[in-house]
Design a protein around this ligand. Sequence first.
Ligand code: GLU
Length: 327
Amino acid sequence: MSAAPNILILATGGTIAGTAGSALKRDYRPGQIGIESFIGQAGALGVAANLTGREIAAMGSEDITPEIWRALHDACDAAMDDSQVDAIIITHGTDTAEETALLLDLTLPTNKPIVLVGAMRPADAVGTDGIRNFLNAVRVASDADAAGRGVMMVMSDRIISARDARKAKTTGTDAFKGFPRDSIGTVTPSSLDWFGEPWAKGRAARFDFPAAFPHVPICHAYAGMQRDAVDCLLREETHGLVLAGFGEGNAPRVIFDRLAELAAKGVVVVRASRVDEGLVDRLPMDDEHGFVAARGLGPAKARILLQVLLANGISEMSEVQAAFDTR
Ligand code: GLU
């Protein structure tokens, strides 16, 4: 990478581009500030990288769609082959950033760094974290050692791998954590430390980007739930389902009985947990019924991985389990 890297910024909106109009009001709207504003601020602060902005969307990430995911994927994919681009930054709302990050991590090669960045406070809030997170993302994307680590998230001075990133708090600038692997590095606008070597150097895209996203519902466990909690989620075309179970992917007997019936009919059932942190490992019941254990992925990310697998024609239990087991 040259001394002044060329970084493509793909903007999608979120709080990082949001304003409240007043530091004392909560009436904020995401996706109000154009990416040129951040590029201008970074330039004024003396950032050496050449930043080029492109707006993919200007929205809260709760409204993200497969079409926007596709536009992001295709823009990243094209940039991978563009000698004028050294790295990519995606500005994104924090609510679904982990899902976008994992999807891109699964479907893109690792030869150039891809960094997702967001903010928890709007751009005009007192103590906004937006510009700091953005400068941190530029620092990471500019680093010669950043490629080969897959898609990364940069929030609150931490670099987190897409596979591990989770929004774990509803408010506060330290809302993200990595699980099961915590940060893979720390970053400030003036420093960068990696905790270890790139582990995925030169890795090709592992899966094709889905031509269509299969219907994969998430069944959220609660005490006293009955069969209809599963049945109301099913469509004729449902070939995968994620359980957001109690504890280590647990559920009432009546639910497991229903899920076992579905698995016997060829529906891929993944056991994840509604608990924020902790592994869901394979249990004897998984072998008995043909279930898959989500391991370190929470329900929303387990759903993304299962959609990608199904769209790539992978539905055999051991192959699906292997994908959940592989970082
Ligand atoms: N809900 C909005 C979003 O995810 C704002 C939250 C945020 O970016 O922190 O885009």
